[in-house]
Design a protein around this ligand. Structure first.
Ligand code: NAP
Length: 258
């Protein structure tokens, strides 16, 4: 059977840990040449080694998605190394918890610069090359938070991910004429390094109790939804998001679970 990313060049931002690591591995397993984009070289090296050890092809670029120069260099590096950009999985994001009363403008800007401005900068950097090829699939990791539900301590994050969904819809219209689709995946609660470090054990326990499937998701659960949206099977889908959350947004109350 043909691999679904055979001959495809794929950029994965935030591709070395958590959900992004899952995306990098799944897309490489499906035959994609993966450019992993993160800020820390040690994790980037590890994921590239992991992919290569399984017979896949990957390399890394060190850059910050909230920095315009870095994102332009990232796209140029991908062209220099692989000759094109077929797929952008823009997944890098942060979710530090802070209540509104304690939130500073710096807290707000940090989250929105990485999550929302980063989406704009990453998409904009890849756009000219996809336009030239008259082909492109952009898949953005959004969130249920800010789109389907709210979450105390994450107002800045919710605003950024709500913004991401608005961006997806409008970009999809603008880019349709270039045969570029723009879609998103909205994860529920997925067990990742970032989840453990930024939200902690108590939060994870509380989330588990509110998920009909009774457990957090795995990075691969998001990666396979992204793979579908990036594949030619989804060639007529644009401006959409798929929620992958174990049913978390469904119950009207916690008494509906069990
Ligand atoms: P994670 O485990 O913390 O991994 C995040 C990755 O993004 C890391 O590789 C990190 O590497 C990279 N990154 C962070 N800031 C970056 C920046 N400014 N520039 C480049 N790379 C950056 O996070 P995760 O839980 O997998 O989350 C990934 C995405 O899913 C995020 O967009 C998040 O909002 C979304 N999401 C996650 C969940 C969940 O339950 N985990 C739920 C909904 C949505 P460096 O630090 O080396 O840069």
């Amino acid at each position: 059977m043909t691999k679904r990313m055979e001959d495809k060049v794929v950029i994965v931002t935030g591709g070395a840990k958590g959900i992004g690591r899952g995306i990098s591995n799944v897309f490489a397993k499906e035959g994609g040449k993966v450019l992993v984009v993160v800020r820390s070289e040690d994790t980037a090296k590890k994921v590239v080694e992991e992919i290569e050890s399984k017979g896949g092809e990957a390399s890394y670029f060190i850059g910050d998605v909230s920095n315009e120069e870095d994102m332009n260099k990232m796209a140029q590096t991908c062209i220099d190394r692989y000759g094109k950009i077929d797929v952008l999985c823009h997944n890098a994001g942060i979710f530090p918890e802070k209540r509104l009363e304690d939130m500073t403008v710096e807290d707000w800007d940090l989250v929105n610069n990485i999550n929302l401005k980063g989406t704009f900068l990453t998409v904009k950097a890849c756009l000219p090359y996809m336009k030239e090829e008259n082909y492109g699939k952009m898949v953005i990791t959004s969130s249920i938070t800010g789109n389907k539900v709210g979450n105390p301590g994450l107002t800045h994050y919710a605003a950024s991910k709500g913004g991401v969904n608005g961006f997806i819809k409008s970009a999809a219209i603008e880019l349709a004429k270039y045969n570029i689709t723009v879609n998103g995946v909205e994860p529920g609660n997925i067990m990742t390094e970032g989840m453990e470090a930024q939200l902690g054990a108590e939060y994870i326990k509380a989330q588990e109790a509110s998920i009909p499937m009774g457990k957090l998701g795995e990075p691969e659960d998001i990666a396979y939804a992204a793979l579908f949206l990036a594949s030619d099977e989804a060639k007529y889908i644009t401006g959409q998001t798929i929620t992958v959350d174990g049913g978390q947004i469904l119950p009207e109350s916690k008494f509906d679970i069990n």
